[in-house]
Structure formats: C-alpha cells, structure tokens
Design a protein. Structure first.
Length: 232
C-alpha cells in the first residue's frame, strides 16, 4: 500500500484531471496508484494520511478482504473485469474465468480461504487439466466448483482417493447467508468422499459413512475398536 510519502497526494485532484483519471486495464497490476486515489492526506506531514476505502478508490487488482478472509489490500474497483498488462482479466472477489491458469481474484493473498490443495501435485494438475498449476487459480479455487470442466467425482482416478486433494471440489459449499465457505458434512476429501467408498479406503471412525463398504459403520466396525472415538 502506498503512503502519503509515496506520491504527491496533495496534488491528486490536479493529477487526475491532467494525467490519469481512472485506474483500469494495464495500469491495474503495476503496483502504482496511477490515479492518486488510494490514500488521502489528513495533515501536513507525510505520516498524516488515511486509506481511501470508498468504492472506486484504491490501487490495482488485489484481494479486498472479501467475506472476512484475509486482509483488505484496498483494490481499485475500476480495475474489475478489465484486462491486465499480462493479458489476464481482473475479477475482484470471485473467480469466474476457470481455464486461464491465472488467479483472477487474487485470493492467494486471502488468509483462511480454503482451496482444493492441488499445490501438492502440480504435475497431476497439469496432466488432467492441460494447464500449468497456479496457486488458488482455476480448479484449485472453490469458485470454479460448478464449471463444466471440474471433475465430477473424486474417484475418476483411483489415486485421487489417497492424495490429500479435494479433486472434485465438494468439500466446501458457498453459504450465501453468512457469506462464507462452509464444510460439507456429507462429503469431503479422499476417503471422506462417498465417491471413494470401496476404493480401498479403511473405515474412518469419525464420520458417518461406510468407507470400506463392509456393511458396518464407525464403532460397529471392528476396524474402529482401538479408535479414540469408540473408547479405544
């Protein structure tokens, strides 16, 4: 984030009238407040300033602390849906382009934001989707769970049931009322996903599925005798 010492914000109005009036497109990923609206001065000295959080004021295409995830890096809303200098589209708050190999909503900077976890198998990601992996982009981002190219089930590849990745993006669902991602109680990752039941999964003693398909669930399954959940 710039400070009042980074540019002559005293002259912001003049600069916007005579230079750049709005930060859009190729100006939105250069780490420069091209339209001088990210901060405003509150006094004479360079440390007397405040961030301008009004709509359309900020800097670049950035994560904005949306839905309570991570910090607000004060993006400029004028950048939204414009094409950056690298050729990718800025999409603030929600990723809508799920096939470009770019983190359009910059939620890799959002602390606590869940992701599928493809970072542990980037080669596998590229082999399946035909795109190089990028952190929290495309099918590593739950925003893309309903895209037609998202895997339909975890068991498409038998190894997916043991890779620690939520390959089919069903562990979380978007709850619009509080406005956050919530864990899905009926499915999950690997052997917590019913898609993987019977794919060599051992019985998991802390959830409600018959993971090994032997007709016995949780503490009724001898596999759980020693489990803490069953008094073992």
């Amino acid at each position: 984030m710039p400070t009042a010492a980074s540019a002559e914000y005293d002259c912001a109005q003049y600069c916007r009238l005579n230079n750049t009036s709005s930060e859009t497109g190729s100006l939105c990923n250069d780490n420069i407040d091209n339209d001088w609206d990210a901060v405003y001065t509150t006094g004479y000295y360079s440390n007397q300033y405040s961030s301008n959080t009004t709509f359309g004021a900020g800097i670049d295409c950035r994560w904005g602390g949306y839905y309570g995830y991570g910090s607000n890096y004060n993006p400029d809303e004028n950048c939204n849906n414009t094409i950056l200098s690298n050729g990718y589209r800025c999409q603030l708050a929600k990723e809508q382009n799920c096939t470009d190999g770019f983190d359009n909503d910059y939620d890799h900077d959002a602390a606590g934001m869940p992701s599928a976890g493809w970072g542990s198998n980037t080669a596998g990601y590229q082999a399946y989707f035909g795109k190089a992996y990028s952190t929290d982009a495309d099918f590593d981002d739950y925003d893309c769970r309903k895209h037609t190219s998202a895997p339909a089930r975890e068991s498409i590849n038998s190894s997916w049931c043991f890779d620690g990745i939520d390959n089919d993006l069903d562990r979380y669902f978007w709850n619009s009322t509080p406005g956050l991602w919530q864990q899905n109680s009926s499915t999950g990752t690997d052997c917590y996903d019913p898609d993987c039941f019977g794919a060599g999964c051992a019985e998991l003693c802390d959830e409600l599925g018959d993971n090994d398909l032997d007709g016995l669930i949780n503490c009724d399954d001898p596999d759980c005798v020693a489990a803490p959940e069953c008094g073992g």
